[in-house]
Design a protein around this ligand. Structure first.
Ligand SMILES: *[C@@H]1O[C@H](CO)[C@@H](O)[C@H](O)[C@H]1NC(C)=O
Ligand SMILES: *[C@@H]1O[C@H](CO)[C@@H](O)[C@H](O)[C@H]1NC(C)=O
Length: 324
């Protein structure tokens, strides 16, 4: 590295430190949600005007808003309010400017707001309570159902995927999701930002006819003794896969019906001609038969185009045919 570049980088570094870090600043989510009895992690990042310090030279404290003595987290456990003893933990590294706090066994009175305070060993005045940027927690007493997603109908013999997911704010103890159907399961979780997380489970299996008209159920198990709706299910409809025989059989039966209709019409016409040749053609009877014949052929034709199997043509009609 050339001397000039080095010098430039040095000044850039100084400039950035002055502009970006020379302030007491905290970055938190002002409103969080938490499931009672589970855990909640309050995301937190901070900057201070002094040089970057290692973790053991930074003291991080969380206290209640406007009550600096109501301490919910302190490195010295004896200073922590009884109600929070053993329930709070800094999960980030203070040396990495991470002041994220975990509150475990969340109680419905843990609403806060809570504020972060930092004390540096660099100078006696290097202490700061970020009293303007505190976090309040909205308590959820009953967990909502997990969400199950899948296609409405699945194909027999083709892999089907079912997805189950829950949102939560306890990333240090992810909830577990399980299914009441065997298959390949892939579990994962991701951050949705702002302290919210989603745990998800993908179930892949190959449906059989026996699966049709049943339900597949997903059960969530949260960290802690959470109340609420832990199950959700989704019906399964299995569509038979179209095979060659499924295409050929209907085609053949359609063709057969058409041939039969054609033959019957032909016979009716022939029989009529034969009878009228016999001279039994009084005008009334003849006209009647003419009408019958047309009606019958039209009906048969209709039944063919509508793809009604020949057997389903009402017996009455066949009787008329026989009468000719
Ligand atoms: C703070 O630390 C926690 C725990 O290691 C981590 O999950 C989180 O991503 C960190 N936050 C930031 C802003 O680096
Ligand atoms: C799974 O749970 C659903 C919903 O309770 C139920 O209808 C179904 O029979 C269960 N399946 C099995 C394989 O137990």
């Amino acid at each position: 590295m050339g001397g000039q570049t080095g010098l430039f980088l040095f000044w850039l570094h100084v400039f950035c430190e002055v502009v970006l870090a020379d302030v007491w600043k905290v970055d938190v989510e002002h409103k969080m949600e938490a499931l009672v009895s589970s855990c909640v992690v309050l995301p937190c990042k901070f900057t201070y005007p002094a040089q970057q310090q290692p973790s053991d030279r930074i003291r991080g404290i969380w206290h209640k808003e406007k009550k600096w003595d109501d301490i919910i987290f302190h490195g010295d456990k004896t200073l922590v309010e009884d109600n929070f003893k053993g329930r709070t933990k800094l999960i980030g590294s203070l040396g990495g400017s991470n002041c994220s706090l975990e509150i475990d066994e969340v109680k419905n009175i843990d609403n806060g707001p809570y504020c972060f305070r930092v004390e540096l060993e660099t100078a006696p005045e290097d202490k700061y309570s970020f009293a303007e940027n505190c976090v309040s927690i909205n308590m959820i007493e009953e967990a909502p159902n997990p969400v199950v997603e899948a296609e409405t109908s699945v194909l027999e013999g083709e892999p089907a995927i079912f997805k189950c997911s829950v949102r939560h704010t306890c990333p240090t103890h992810q909830p577990s999701l399980s299914w009441n159907h065997s298959g390949k399961i892939i579990s994962s979780y991701k951050s949705l930002g702002h302290g919210n997380w989603e745990a998800e489970s993908l179930l892949t299996f190959t449906p059989t006819k026996e699966d049709s008209h049943t339900s597949i159920e997903c059960t969530v198990k949260y960290h802690g003794n959470v109340k609420g709706k832990m199950k959700a299910s989704r019906p399964v409809f299995v569509k038979e896969k179209a095979t060659l025989s499924h295409i050929i059989i209907p085609a053949l039966s359609g063709l057969g019906a058409a041939l039969l209709v054609g033959t019957v019409c032909f016979l009716v016409v022939k029989r009529y001609r034969f009878r009228s040749g016999e001279g039994r053609s009084e005008l009334g009877g003849r006209e009647q038969r003419q009408v019958h014949k047309r009606l019958l052929c039209a009906l048969l034709q209709q039944s063919r185009t509508a793809d009604i199997p020949f057997e389903n043509i009402p017996n009455g009609l066949l009787l008329i045919v026989k009468s000719y």
